[in-house]
Design a protein around this ligand. Sequence first.
Ligand SMILES: [Zn+2]
Length: 118
Amino acid sequence: MQGKCAVCGKEGEVFVASSACGAMSNAYCEECLASGAEPWNDLVFYVSLAGHYPDQINEMYREIVRDTCKRLHKTEEEFSAAVEEEINKIDDICDMVSQIGCTSFPISDMQTNSMLPL
Ligand SMILES: [Zn+2]
């Protein structure tokens, strides 16, 4: 199938596969599929829901982050910074929601335990 890779953006033959970042599928080029990399923004968001990188993230997901960084020529420090930015954004949204009268729900209540270190 022809399309655009969700990880590296390359146009060409892509393969649709399920993502490691939740219940969704993405188009991956052959190289990205083989590398185990995931789309950067999806991975940042998914990890930010679990906690701070790398301390609160288990080895399985650290591996996916490393594969993704390698594939996109980025560093784990860049990934960690992006996760912190995302956590701050989510906290801001939670603050806004609580200010307009909805029940406060800090991000720690929403974070899933599925990626926490064993
Ligand atoms: Zn690709």
